[in-house]
Design a protein around this ligand. Structure first.
Ligand code: HEC
Ligand code: HEC
Length: 392
């Protein structure tokens, strides 16, 4: 079996999930929301574009592969269904079948055109109207008013990009309280690296627990190695570039770009958060409710005044959630990272549980053993080699 087909299986499992989203396209998306990290990419590392590997793409061309899957996730989420709502059911077992054009794929292509026209003509090409704006998790958008909705309490989504700023709250104070809650700056300064072991479960393992190893080095290097049945899946951020490589990836090595690259940076930064207040150029603060608890939400805003990340702080001061949006040609698509089970490691509170939810996949990492201040050489964070995929 070739790498492509094993990847297919992973994607097929992955695509059975559906989530909830917002935002659309312009040509700006390629440059927008890129952190300065991206500019460090070398020629060898030019991200693979959709048309380099996918034969069916006629509209979503010139898009890095990582971003393309966020766009597909937007589709699944907006339809309230899985990938096979549009794709052949056989794609669940054979990745090549994703390229088989179906009537719903053709309908979806028309919809992309419609959405682009609306945004161009009426919203200055801003990604304002998206698949989700109309569909809201429904294949057939409702057009008649909903009386019950009008007369019931509004349902607030804490992940909304748009929330009311509360000027009585301060981002600086919230960050200070957070750094204090996890041990204080002095303690944080003494934790310069760690290695950890634990378990991983996700759509790509059928939610079976498999061993995971993590290597992290201050200020912002982070590698996760998932020991899957079909081989090792490596996800790494070296401080400026990031990659995914394994039996679960659609191509041997996926180079992270734009929003996904910046999310890898954010996740690495959260492991050594002393400088978290500098993560984004601008912030605004508000309130949200998660699990019936009022939390403080700090929104990171880029230089183009685009909200790109929300950080949620529990009453205890701890960072309990981060949401980072990736701008795709069909709108902003979120990744949600939930942190819990904070435990003391060398005097610093570290989240032993992390759940990452994307529109096309979900995963959990549970740590069992964390070793502080271990020597880690640069190779731990280098661009992964072509993955070795075990035959099945
Ligand atoms: C609303 C319909 C729709 C849904 C749902 C959808 N897709 Fe697609 N998919 C498309 C369309 C349309 C294309 C072709 C895009 C183009 O023409 O540029 C495509 C193309 C693809 C391709 C490229 C295949 C090739 O080799 O040419 C892959 C891979 C893919 N989708 C994966 C997924 C995954 C994984 C999911 C679920 C997370 C998904 N799709 C959900 C409509 C959909
Ligand atoms: C301006 C509103 C609007 C937007 C934006 C929109 N759609 Fe639609 N879409 C509709 C309506 C209305 C229908 C027709 C539903 C029906 O027939 O009941 C539809 C139908 C569809 C269908 C056919 C569903 C079926 O039952 O077979 C697909 C697939 C689809 N849309 C995908 C998309 C995708 C993908 C996007 C984003 C690129 C999108 N739509 C954006 C309004 C919208």
């Amino acid at each position: 079996m070739t790498h492509r087909f094993l990847g297919a299986v992973a994607i097929a499992v992955v695509c059975l999930g559906a989530g909830r989203v917002s935002g659309p396209p312009s040509q700006r998306w390629l440059v927008a929301s890129q952190s300065d990290a991206t500019s460090a990419q070398t020629a060898q590392d030019r991200p693979v574009m959709t048309q380099d590997v996918f034969t069916s793409v006629t509209v979503l061309r010139d898009i890095p592969v990582d971003t393309f899957f966020d766009a597909m996730g937007m589709f699944a989420n907006a339809m309230g269904n899985d990938c096979t709502f549009c794709h052949s059911p056989e794609a669940a077992l054979d990745r090549a079948k994703f390229a088989e054009v179906t009537p719903r794929m053709q309908r979806a292509r028309q919809m992309i055109g419609m959405m682009q026209t609306i945004n161009r003509q009426f919203f200055g090409n801003a990604p304002r109207v998206t698949c989700f704006t109309c569909h809201h998790g429904n294949q057939s958008p409702r057009s008649d008013p909903n009386i019950a909705l009008q007369y019931s309490a509004p349902e607030e989504d804490p992940n909304a990009r748009d929330f009311a700023t509360d000027t009585t709250l301060s981002a600086d104070k919230t960050f200070d309280k957070y750094l204090q809650a996890i041990g204080g700056l002095d303690r944080l300064g003494t934790l310069t690296s760690f290695s950890a072991m634990g378990t991983y479960s996700g759509f790509d393992t059928g939610f079976e627990k498999v061993p995971v190893e993590i290597f992290a080095k201050a200020p912002n290097q982070y590698t996760t190695i998932v020991h899957m049945a079909a081989g090792n899946s490596v996800r790494t951020f070296n401080g400026s570039s990031g990659w995914l490589a394994g039996p679960d990836t659609p191509i041997p090595i996926v180079t992270l770009t734009a929003g996904n690259l910046d999310r890898a940076r954010l996740e690495a930064l959260v492991a050594f958060p002393s400088a978290i207040a500098k993560a984004y150029p601008h912030w605004r603060v508000g309130r949200a409710v998660i699990n019936d608890e009022e939390v403080v939400v700090i929104q990171g805003i880029d230089d183009e005044r685009q909200p790109i990340a929300n950080l949620y702080f529990a009453p205890s001061g701890l960072l309990m959630r981060a949401v980072r949006w990736t701008l795709t040609p069909v709108g902003f698509v979120p990744t949600q990272i939930d942190y819990s089970d904070f435990r003391d490691v060398a005097g610093v509170k570290i989240p032993f549980h992390r759940t990452v939810s994307q529109t096309f996949m979900q995963m959990n990492v549970e740590l069992t053993d964390v070793q502080p201040n271990v020597p880690l050489d640069a190779a731990r964070f280098a661009r992964p080699g072509t993955p070795v995929v075990r035959q099945r």
